[in-house]
Design a protein around this ligand. Structure first.
Ligand SMILES: [Zn+2]
Length: 303
């Protein structure tokens, strides 16, 4: 693990944030947890006011916590513990080469701080806050609300929408995405003998409507490119961008805060991948898409 970013020459200063190891693991946790029932979703939880000092909102509301979430919370604590050695050996480049790219970068900066021990201490505190508070309380609990993941159930899905019910309302469409300067979608479709409805300009995807969301080209994807585009019952058309050995949803929720590790679309993708028993997402409509653009979780974490 961890070597992947180095292989791809990842630069934490200029590239978009890499998918962290904990994100891959959390996806696998939700895959292991399987479908989530409607009555497991929170209704009134306010994620901005939550924190580990509060009572568990599932206990408080008398609801059953989704298994995937339980696994994910254990993963956060375990991953934080596993990272201990990076702080202990923060001056050892050999050890840091195995650390997540962002953490390695921060720890290298600690070396040149006026007080390296103090810098190290605050870095560890910052990371602990991410694993203990930001990921579970502000991100995952927030996604597991009626008003978040629940909106993807649509009206006709039953009390426990499985992958089949979810993909009846939300489709993973194989599309060719064109750049601003490419020929028109209809011309491109004609010259490549493709159905025109599966060729789209990047600017016409929902991720181009918000300055917070990201476009595939911002992640260095060379267009035209065949990509998996999530078309959701809530109205959005968000491509899944191949990045750091996995896929990243391009929606504004995911990218509005750099500490978020999961959006409702990625949770849906986890439930769908779980049903396939595969780290590759299926194309539910449209064109065939290369494996790399369907690989939801890095193979480094899946075995
Ligand atoms: Zn999303």
């Amino acid at each position: 693990m961890g070597g992947t970013d180095a292989l791809h020459d990842y630069d934490v200063e200029i590239d978009p944030p890499a998918i962290e190891p904990v994100e891959h693991r959390i996806r696998l946790d939700f895959m292991a947890g399987g479908p989530i029932r409607r009555d497991q979703l929170l209704e009134k939880y306010n994620s901005w006011k939550g924190g580990p000092e509060n009572a568990d909102p599932w206990k408080q509301s008398g609801k059953t916590k989704p298994d995937g979430l339980k696994y994910a919370e254990e993963t956060c604590l375990r991953t934080f513990k596993e990272e201990e050695r990076y702080y202990d050996f923060f001056e050892d480049d050999q050890v840091l080469s195995e650390a997540p790219a962002f953490l390695a970068h921060r720890l290298r900066q600690c070396r040149s701080a006026t007080d390296p021990e103090e810098a190290l201490h605050s870095e560890r505190k910052r990371r602990a806050n991410w694993y203990r508070k930001l990921i579970p309380w502000l991100n995952l609990y927030q996604v597991l609300k009626e008003s978040s993941y629940g909106t993807l159930f649509g009206s006709s899905a039953g009390p426990q929408p499985n992958a089949e019910a979810l993909t009846r309302q939300n489709t993973l469409v194989g599309m060719v995405v064109l750049g601003d300067d490419d020929q028109t979608p209809s011309k491109y479709a004609r010259s490549h003998n493709l159905p025109a409805k599966y060729v789209i300009r990047e600017a016409d995807l929902s991720c181009s409507e918000s300055s917070v969301a990201v476009r595939p080209s911002e992640f260095g994807i060379e267009l035209p490119a065949p990509l998996l585009v999530g078309k959701y019952t809530t109205g959005g058309r968000y491509p899944l961008i191949p990045w750091s050995d996995g896929l990243v949803c391009s929606c504004p929720y995911k990218h509005d805060q750099p500490w978020r590790v999961l959006c409702k679309h990625e949770l849906l993708a986890a439930v769908v991948a779980s049903d396939q028993n595969s780290i590759f997402l299926p194309v539910t409509k449209g064109l065939e898409i290369p494996h790399r653009a369907r690989r939801f979780v890095s193979p480094d974490f899946s075995d």
